[in-house]
Design a protein around this ligand. Structure first.
Ligand SMILES: CC(C)(COP(=O)(O)OP(=O)(O)OC[C@H]1O[C@@H](n2cnc3c(N)ncnc32)[C@H](O)[C@@H]1OP(=O)(O)O)[C@@H](O)C(=O)NCCC(=O)NCCS
Length: 156
């Protein structure tokens, strides 16, 4: 599979029934809550297979850093058995197009030190770390150091 062949669309409510593949039940609850905020606030993108079922997803928050015209990208996940085939890269590319189309000029995201593979992916795509943080959430290790990264987009 090459990234160009990955179909990506906005998440529909029915897709959430398949989000158990991306995390624990508490994560699915979080995704439902985020979906409920509406697309203007949070757009969830899904990469879908030939049966239109989700293989991967990520969330773009257009509220938190709206004053900076930056979207915050969170909760990226690809089904474990489908990782390393370009699906994550394709989702990131679609995110850039969406963020540009919404008139924003950048994307920020957080990545934890325990996840060097994800960080490598973001670095390869042009994200640059700009500050350190301790990422706290239910189930996270304590401490849980990581970095915030930013990409300034070249929107056409
Ligand atoms: C991080 C994550 C979303 C990336 O998704 P992905 O679909 O695996 O990402 P890609 O396939 O586009 O790229 C990842 C790797 O595949 C390689 N790759 C990309 N396209 C490829 C292709 N067509 N064929 C083979 N390999 C490919 C990349 O070089 C990259 O390699 P690396 O890990 O050695 O740097 C996914 O791995 C995941 O769900 N991880 C668990 C949850 C997580 O960590 N989320 C991120 C939180 S910040």
């Amino acid at each position: 599979m090459v990234a160009q062949s990955v179909a990506i669309r906005t998440c529909e409510e029915r897709d959430l029934d398949h989000f158990g593949a991306f995390g624990a039940p508490s994560h699915v609850d979080y995704c439902r809550e985020q979906f409920g905020r509406g697309r203007e606030a949070v757009t969830i993108l899904v990469a879908v297979d030939d049966d239109d079922l989700p293989m991967g997803k990520l969330h773009l928050d257009f509220v938190t850093r709206a004053a900076h015209r930056e979207a915050v990208l969170v909760a990226a996940a690809v089904k474990p058995e489908l990782q390393s085939r370009g699906i994550g890269t394709a989702l990131m590319g679609a995110s850039e197009e969406l963020v540009c189309s919404r008139g924003f000029g950048g994307i920020v995201l957080g990545v934890e030190d325990y996840n060097p593979r994800a960080r490598r992916l973001y670095e390869r795509l042009g994200y640059v770390a700009f500050t350190s943080d301790d990422f706290k959430y239910v189930g996270a290790p304590v401490p849980n150091p990581g970095v915030w990264m930013r990409k300034e987009l070249e929107c056409r």
